[in-house]
Design a protein around this ligand. Structure first.
Ligand code: FAD
Length: 476
């Protein structure tokens, strides 16, 4: 762990405020852009733009919109306690940021980077425009441990296999230590620069469902926000980390961190998780020590998905392996697809997972793999269909990890499971939910007459999937 770089004011800076543009980093601790802005000792203007106008930005799904609403409310309250104010605006980011720069006479605009192609295009254009007008504009690394373009193969290209990627990441300098949380963002030089600026009312954005209000299960399962993220991390490290390696595949064990939505929205940074895990690791020995390494490797998978997305921006729509373009997907059977979405396939682990997803906005990793494999390989539905459903229903719906996960299961992705590895959902249930605790939680009618008949014949559909895959093999 290296010390965070010091960020010091430049002697000849103009005196206007610094705009901190919050995006996928809805926290104040370990926030490099905010930290750098505070080091300038100028008034701070904190801004969030709900951009549903710029071309190419993928609209958020329903569960993600719910999370964003809670997260912004939490960030606004935190900033207020620190003497600041969060300005909310809706529309095309370029126009809005330019307007706020104009209205506040801002000297600088700071943000933490994002990695999708549309978002990078927006940010690059804004940076060029503002710098052209003499506004000091800086982007920082706040959401990934290793910036995607800094990790390269011996030939200078991107990695397509995880193990050498992660070996290369971990062979270099360790991730920097987290920046401390600010104690105040009120400026000594001029009160609150955001006073007097218009801000939207969060409720007017309609991010929360109303008629019907389907979010009760989400509210029961999750408390979004930075403080909650820290509590989740502490719970995980003290209670579950030692058994993580042994039990992470068993959905009934609560052995994983459940940090994915907090990481997705940047309510916690991977640097904070990395540092706290390293700290906890010092107390561990034997198999528990392996657990910590295993957990850090999972954070590595998150890094890898962003590395892949950076180099293949259309990951959500295009097979990474072009041979899969030849896959003969039959027309979608809408009734069967609805049964999968609603958890009525007649396969208990699949149904438990799909109902967990619908009720809580999340699903255990092992079950994500099983439900995805079932859709793609037993129902012969194109992985993009499933990716869209997860995008709409997951609170951690992530532009990198979600399409990456789907392509991984399909076999069309980077370092993917081979297509012919087809999970048997009944064997997976026997292995990873042997006492049916997880299944009974979400499918209480399992084993009674009320439970649906199996939607498909596992053997027959497996053979059909393998036959279809022959077309891909012929292209490889
Ligand atoms: P832990 O086991 O505690 O892991 C810690 C962190 O490491 C996670 O919070 C996550 O940020 C990261 N991580 C762990 N496993 C993976 C992985 N396989 N790929 C990428 N990052 C990982 N994860 C998302 O964050 N958003 C998604 O939209 C998403 N969609 C997925 C879709 C499919 C089909 C599959 C198979 C996986 C998907 N994943 C996604 C990855 C993984 O299932 C979740 O990150 C994990 O279940 C989150 O639980 P946790 O926080 O308790 O994980």
């Amino acid at each position: 762990m290296t010390a965070p770089p010091a960020i010091t004011p430049q002697p000849d800076e103009p005196a206007g405020p610094v705009i901190v543009w919050f995006r996928d980093d809805l926290r104040v601790a370990d926030h490099p852009a905010l930290h750098a802005a505070l080091a300038r000792q100028r008034p701070i203007v904190a801004v969030y733009v709900f951009d549903d106008e710029s071309p190419g930005v993928r609209p958020l799904g329903g569960a993600a919109r719910w999370w964003l609403h809670q997260s912004l409310r939490s960030l606004a309250a935190t900033l207020e306690k620190l003497g600041g104010r969060l300005i909310l605006r809706r529309g095309a980011a370029a126009a809005i940021i330019a307007q706020i720069v104009h209205d506040t006479d801002a000297a600088a605009v700071f943000w933490n980077r994002r990695y999708g192609e549309a978002e990078r295009t927006i940010d690059t254009a804004i940076k060029a425009e503002l710098r052209g007008r003499g506004v000091d504009t800086h982007s920082f690394a706040g959401s990934l441990l290793f910036e995607p373009w800094t990790v390269q193969t011996g030939q200078g290209g991107p990695y397509s296999v995880f193990t050498p990627f992660w070996r290369s990441c971990t062979a270099g300098p360790p991730p920097r230590a987290p920046y401390p949380a600010p104690t105040s963002i009120a400026s000594s030089t001029g009160g609150n620069a955001a006073n007097g600026l218009d801000s939207d009312n969060l409720n007017d954005w309609g991010l929360e469902p109303s008629a019907p209000d389907w979010a009760a299960g989400l509210r029961a399962a999750w408390t979004p926000g930075e403080a909650s993220a820290q509590k989740m991390l502490e719970r995980f490290l003290s209670e579950a980390l030692p058994r993580y390696a042994a039990e992470r595949d068993e959905p009934a064990q609560n052995a994983t961190s459940r940090l994915s939505p907090y990481l997705r929205w940047g309510e916690i940074s991977p640097h904070q998780v990395w540092a706290a895990t390293q700290q906890a690791q010092r107390e561990l020995s034997g198999p528990a020590l392996t657990s910590a390494t295993r957990f850090l490797t999972e954070l590595g998978w998150r890094e890898f998905t962003y590395h892949v997305l950076f180099h293949a921006p259309d990951l959500a729509t295009t097979n990474l392996r072009p041979a899969f373009d030849a896959f003969p997907w039959p027309p979608v059977d809408e009734r069967a697809l609805a049964a999968w979405k609603q958890g009525r396939t007649g396969f208990a682990l699949v149904d438990a997972g799909m109902r967990e997803l619908w009720r809580t906005g999340s699903m255990h990793n092992r079950v994500r793999m099983v439900t995805a494999s079932f859709l793609i390989k037993n129902m012969l539905v194109d992985w993009r269909e499933g990716e869209r459903w997860f995008w709409d229903t997951l609170v951690d719906a992530d532009a990198a990890s979600n399409p990456f996960g789907w392509q991984w299961v399909a076999g069309s992705g980077a370092d993917a499971a081979p297509y012919f590895r087809i999970f048997n959902p009944n064997l997976q249930a026997a292995k990873f939910d042997p006492h049916q605790q997880y299944i009974r939680e979400y499918v209480p009618e399992y084993g009674t007459d009320a439970y649906p008949e199996p939607l498909v014949d596992l053997g027959e559909t497996r053979r059909a999937a393998l036959a279809a895959y022959e077309r891909v093999k012929a292209q490889s």
